[in-house]
Design a binder for this molecule. Structure first.
Ligand code: AMP
Length: 378
């Protein structure tokens, strides 16, 4: 097969951002015989612990991004808040298969929703909001309940507030969000459950789609994923088809996480896109023939993409700062729990420190086992 953009084993993948997603990309890349350099301001960051080299610098440091580009054969990123201009500036030095338009779209909630609608997907109703007077008009249009979000820079529930009535409009948090001057008001989607699908595509147009994950959040941070999602077969297939449809519409290179709301009537609304591996796809490391990280690396290097098989039912639960002590206490009694510790030096409340993956024949029993530890009560 003619693979002009094929990036061979032994070449170097440069990763902007050195958190857990970069770390797991790097581990997969090392298995495949690639070299890895990461750029991150925290010395000995999670990815730095497994990469061949870390450039310690701010993500916005143009000189550092230049150095990363010069030392890499292919450049990728582990989060969406990458400086687009910096990426464009180095595009003559290094292959950037993911390009910049996917990032441009997914960085901004209104652009993202406009794109999703144009790709034929359903989304929550939404209106752009710049100030309090816009917000009052938007609330009249959309109605309660609704959710105000910053268009850029939000993550894990940061930069958003659910509004139930006019009384909520005057809160300090709403004012803080409005002060960014670039917000979106979304109608509240009365979903039955939240789900996500990871999808990968390479420059040859080959596509691999992962199983559908059923997701539960606490404080708007992913808590637990169950795979395969316990939804009717036709909805399951529809969710995977939508992910493929989006990958094609966006001319994807690499991996994309598609977050969905599934309604009682089987309708699927797309919540948002993650142009990178996603927390809800971590189960794939143990539960699939290839992980989301393998597929990301393969796709950006334009290697052939496999058909993804789910080898076992699986539950993944996140380990946040407040769960670390509990996990350390019980892990010696859990021979079947895969505990991933990202190696972060500083433990903070609600900070993602690791995750546990449990392959199982009985999802309900496994959830009872997780709940019985009381670790996740906090
Ligand atoms: P986001 O940062 O947009 O992914 O939002 C974080 C979480 O808030 C989602 O996973 C949902 O649980 C909830 N959420 C956000 N927007 C909406 C919405 N328009 N309707 C219902 N739930 C939402």
């Amino acid at each position: 097969m003619n693979r002009t953009d094929f990036i061979q084993q032994g070449k170097t993948i440069g990763i902007i951002g050195g958190g857990q997603l970069g770390q797991m990309m790097a581990i997969s890349a090392k298995y495949a015989g690639m070299k890895v350099i990461t750029l991150d301001p925290t010395p000995n960051c999670p990815c730095g612990q497994v990469a061949d080299r870390q450039i310690v610098a701010e993500y916005s440091d143009i000189f550092a991004i230049n150095e990363l580009a010069e030392r890499s054969d292919v450049l990728t990123y582990e989060f969406e808040n990458v400086d687009l201009n910096a990426l464009k500036d180095v595009s003559d030095k290094v292959a950037i298969p993911q390009g910049t338009s996917l990032l441009y779209i997914t960085k901004h909630r209104i652009r993202e929703k406009n794109f999703l609608r144009s790709a034929g997907c359903q989304t929550a109703p939404y209106v752009a909001v710049k100030n309090m007077s816009d917000l009052r008009k938007a609330v009249k249009q959309i109605g309660y309940n609704c959710v105000l979000k910053t268009c850029e820079g939000g993550y894990d529930g940061h930069g958003q507030e659910v509004l139930h009535s006019d009384a909520d409009l005057n809160s300090d948090h709403v004012k803080e969000i409005l002060a960014t001057g670039d917000c979106i008001l979304e109608g509240w989607v009365p979903f039955k459950l939240e789900a996500s699908v990871m999808v990968a595509r390479n420059a040859n147009g080959e596509i691999s789609v992962f199983p559908v994950s059923e997701n539960y959040n606490k404080d708007e941070i992913l808590h637990l994923s169950i795979v395969p999602a316990r939804i009717p077969h036709d909805i399951y297939i529809k969710a995977q088809k939508i992910a493929v449809q989006i990958a094609e519409a966006i001319d994807l290179r690499g991996i994309l996480g598609v977050e969905m709301f599934i309604l009682d009537n089987g309708d699927i609304y797309i919540n948002e896109l993650a142009p990178r591996p996603h927390n809800s796809g971590h189960y794939s490391i143990e539960a699939c023939n290839f992980s989301q990280f393998d597929l990301h690396d393969r796709a950006i290097c334009n290697w052939p993409l496999p058909k993804i098989k789910l080898l076992s039912k699986v539950v993944m639960v996140n380990v946040l700062g407040q769960h670390v002590a509990g996990i350390h206490q019980i892990i010696s009694d859990k021979p079947n729990w895969h505990f991933h510790d990202y190696g972060k030096a500083e433990v903070r409340h609600n900070r993602k420190m690791g995750h546990v993956t449990i392959l199982t024949n009985d999802i309900e029993k496994t959830i009872v086992e997780i709940t019985a530890t009381r670790i996740w009560d906090k």
